[in-house]
Design a protein around this ligand. Sequence first.
Ligand code: HEM
Length: 123
Amino acid sequence: MQEESLYERIGGDEALRQLTDCFYDLVFEHELISRLFKSDKELIKTKQRLFLTQFLGGPELYSDVYGHPRMRARHLPHTITEDDAIAWLQCMSQAVGSLPISKDLKDELFNRFPRTAFFMVNS
Ligand code: HEM
């Protein structure tokens, strides 16, 4: 039998809705990184939820709608520094912490982000 994906183990779509709601509430209020987010909050929440679904081993929802993720290229129009990545990760850590899952699962989930976040640094 195939092992359950991280997407399924954290609670699937419902967990990602909760995560992205909490995460973008923090990001849009953040003193350093809110400056970067100028488009619609609900739209970016939805894009992130679709992306994280596939990033965590669930169905390829983001690619179905938006094509190949090319995440670094999609971030290039935004000036992202190392401090921005750290702030992004702090918001994500807090959002992950708010989920009703075990400490081990929270750690496993959060650990998926630092490498990708630092890969987005372009300035
Ligand atoms: C390093 C810190 C990061 C910063 C400062 C950042 C910033 C941004 C900004 C400014 C946008 C555009 C938002 C808008 O349309 O208003 C964006 C889009 C997005 N970001 Fe990030 N990001 C970071 C890291 C990440 C990471 C680590 C991921 C995935 C794990 C991610 C996934 C996405 C997705 C899925 C979108 C939507 C792309 C689209 O337009 O289809 N970002 N990000």
